[in-house]
Ligand binder design. Structure first.
Ligand code: G3D
Ligand code: MG
Length: 178
C-alpha cells in the first residue's frame, strides 16, 4: 500500500531526483550538463568545487550536481552522496590510461551506504574522436555486467554535439516511474 501510494505520488507530482555527475577531470561532465541545460556548447572551465543545475524533463525534475573530478577533489565526492537517486559517471572514451581509476572510483561509490539505491548511468563520452573505445569496450573494462545490486545503463555520446545525451536522459526518466 505504502509503496503503491508513493509510486502514485511520484507519477502525479513534479518529483525531484538528485543526480550526482562524477568522472575524472576532463571527462566532459560540465559540457554534458550545459548541453542538457541549453542544448548548445558553451565554453567551460574546470569545475572548482561543484555546480548544481536543475533540469526539468516531462515534469520530472533532476537536480544535477556537477562534482569536480580533479584528484584533490575526489576524496570529497562522498559528501555529496546522501539522497542521490542517480549517479552519472562520465568517461572520456579516449582516456585508456585512466579508465582503471574510473573503475576504482565507480566500485567505491557502488559500495557506499549513501548510494545503495542510486541507479547508474555511464556516459561513454567523446565518441567523435578517432581511436576512442566503444561503449561495449568500456562496459567490459568496467565489468558492468557484474553489477547486480544497482540498475545501470551505458550510453555512448558526444557532449560537443549532444549526440546520445537525450537517450541517457530518457533512460533516467524511464527509471523514475519504476
Ligand atoms: P569536466 O567537467 O569533466 O572536467 P569538461 O570536462 O566538460 O570541462 O570538458 C573537458 C574538455 O573536453 C573540454 O575541452 C571539452 O570541450 C572537451 N569535450 C567534452 N566532451 C567532448 C566530446 O564529446 N568530444 C570532444 N571532442 N571533446 C569533448 P577544452 O578544450 O575546452 O578543455
Ligand atoms: Mg567540469
Amino acid at each position: 500500500m505504502g509503496v503503491l501510494f508513493s509510486k502514485l505520488m511520484q507519477l502525479f507530482s513534479n518529483a525531484e531526483h538528485k543526480v550526482i555527475v562524477v568522472g575524472l577531470d576532463n571527462a566532459g561532465k560540465t559540457t554534458i550538463l550545459y548541453q542538457f541545460l541549453m542544448n548548445e556548447v558553451v565554453h567551460t572551465s574546470p569545475t572548482i568545487g561543484s555546480n548544481v543545475e536543475e533540469i526539468v524533463c516531462k515534469k520530472t525534475r533532476f537536480v544535477m550536481w556537477d562534482i569536480g573530478g580533479q584528484e584533490s577533489l575526489r576524496s570529497s565526492w562522498s559528501t555529496y552522496y546522501a539522497n542521490s537517486d542517480f549517479i552519472i559517471l562520465v568517461i572520456d572514451s579516449t582516456d585508456r590510461e585512466r579508465l582503471h581509476i574510473s573503475k576504482e572510483e565507480l566500485y567505491s561509490m557502488l559500495h557506499h551506504e549513501d548510494l545503495k539505491r542510486a541507479r547508474l548511468l555511464v556516459f561513454a563520452n567523446k565518441q567523435d574522436i578517432k581511436g576512442k573505445m566503444t561503449a561495449a569496450e568500456i562496459s567490459q573494462e568496467l565489468k558492468l555486467t557484474s553489477v547486480k545490486d544497482h540498475t545501470w545503463q551505458i550510453q555512448a555520446c558526444c557532449a560537443l554535439t549532444g549526440e546520445g545525451l537525450s537517450q541517457g536522459l530518457e533512460w533516467m526518466l524511464s527509471q523514475t516511474t519504476r
